[in-house]
Design a protein around this ligand. Structure first.
Ligand SMILES: Cc1ncc(COP(=O)(O)O)c(C=O)c1O
Length: 405
């Protein structure tokens, strides 16, 4: 059998000159400040670390490698709760007729608010992290949550959601069909849907969820400012794209005069943003099928249309990666160079570092590295969006070298 060249399957990419567009007012700096204020007053709030991998940056010949480490967010191992909790709070404030400019989560936890809200059920579809965030929000508010998960969901992720008292239904459908099932079931039962993607007639809650994610950007910008660093490249992984949509929206508002380059990363089997960009029609395209990948959080075939509009206008690169790229990223972050901090990264969190390793060390990718203008003057920002949310697979990857090239 002929050996396949790494360049044939490690990743696929498309580079574009960002066409620019309307600076999205939904992701303005003042909105981000309000959202940050809301999060910072939730009991247990701590900003997550921005880890500066100085030794790795020197070894790989770039200015800075910065990793915003979401593995410690609210002890939930992923950033996703930032969106879910903000959307739940916004909706309850709306229901109670209160001013959304001053949302106070602790008020929603009070007996008085609880009496006015009554008993409600929060629901969503999830591959793990978003559902855990919604389940946690319901738990904090002493409300019920019913969470739908696609076939093949990992037991530890199911148990993590149940640990917050939620009911979990694992379906025999893929992610996108599970979203539709959650939506139908909620309609039949009068439940509140907090889905992290939009569809026709359902935009407000997904937008709030995206706005909740802006706190990652706010914290990172504050942390970079303290270190005197300005990002030149921002690498963001996409599932339905709400995360990149929110972060690009925020960074474009923040750095209007000199925005960084944005690079979108997806699994090879669920690369709906790459497919949408490649189609070149300006509208989003879905990819279908099993969407099988170890990057469960990125295993989504249908772009969030709100996110797509922002990503399309401002991104330079779309890269889809094989699972081994993510696994390499996990191993690299788990085994830092002396002097650098160790980072516990899950499958969906580590793909950016795995990609940078290939760009740095493989001669066949040198041209792409040059086109992306990666060099000693570049300050690269990555988001480790989750910790080891599947600990068994994490050990297989780190200890036994599973998913190697
Ligand atoms: C760990 C992790 N990273 C990244 C993402 C991607 O976020 P989005 O689906 O908003 O693009 C997800 C989504 O669930 C996730 O769980």
């Amino acid at each position: 059998m002929m050996k396949k060249e790494i360049s044939q399957y490690a990743f696929h990419y498309l580079l574009m000159e960002p066409q620019g567009g309307r600076i999205p007012p939904e992701f303005s700096v003042s909105t981000a400040d309000r959202v940050f204020h809301f999060h910072s007053r939730i009991p247990g709030y701590q900003p997550t670390a921005l880890v500066r991998l100085k030794r790795l940056a020197r070894l790989w010949g770039v200015g800075e490698i910065l990793v915003k480490d979401e593995s410690t967010r609210f002890n939930l191992k992923a950033f996703k709760v930032l969106g879910g909790i903000y959307a739940v709070a916004r909706q309850l404030y709306q229901q109670l007729g209160l001013n959304a400019d001053h949302i106070d989560f602790s008020y929603l936890q009070s007996d008085e608010a609880r009496r006015q809200i009554g008993d409600i059920t929060l629901t969503t579809a999830t591959d793990g992290n978003h559902g855990r965030g919604i389940a946690w929000a319901a738990e904090q508010l002493k409300q019920r949550a019913v969470i739908f998960m696609p076939k093949g969901s990992v037991q530890s992720r199911i148990e993590n959601i149940r640990s917050h008292g939620a009911v979990v239904n694992v379906t025999d459908l893929n992610y996108d069909d599970t979203v539709r099932l959650a939506r139908r079931t909620a309609q039949q039962n009068g439940w509140h849907v907090f889905q992290d993607t939009a569809w026709e007639g359902y935009n407000e809650i997904p937008l709030w969820i995206m706005q909740g994610y802006m706190t990652l950007g706010t914290e990172a910008v504050n942390q970079m400012a303290l270190a005197g660093i300005r990002p030149t490249h921002v690498f963001i992984q996409a599932g339905v794209g709400s995360l990149p949509g929110a972060l690009i929206g925020y960074f474009i508002n923040k750095f209007q005069d000199n925005p960084p380059l944005f690079i979108i990363m997806e699994p090879n089997n669920a690369a709906c943003f790459l497919a949408s960009a490649a189609a070149g029609e300006g509208r989003p395209h879905a990819v279908t099928g099993s969407l099988q990948t170890i990057m469960a959080g990125l295993s989504c075939g249908e772009p969030n249309p709100i996110a797509w509009d922002v990503v399309r206008d401002f991104s330079t690169g779309y890269v889809s990666c094989d699972d081994f790229v993510a696994a390499n990223g996990i191993r690299i972050l788990a085994n830092p160079l002396e002097g650098d901090d160790r980072i516990e990264a899950g499958e969906s969190g580590a793909v950016g570092i795995g990609l940078l390793e290939l760009l740095t060390n493989r001669p066949e990718f040198r041209e792409l590295k040059q086109k992306l203008q990666l060099g000693p003057d570049s300050n690269l920002l990555f988001f480790n969006t989750e910790g080891a949310t599947d600990p068994e697979n994490y050990r297989k990857i780190v200890w036994y070298g599973k998913y190697s090239f």
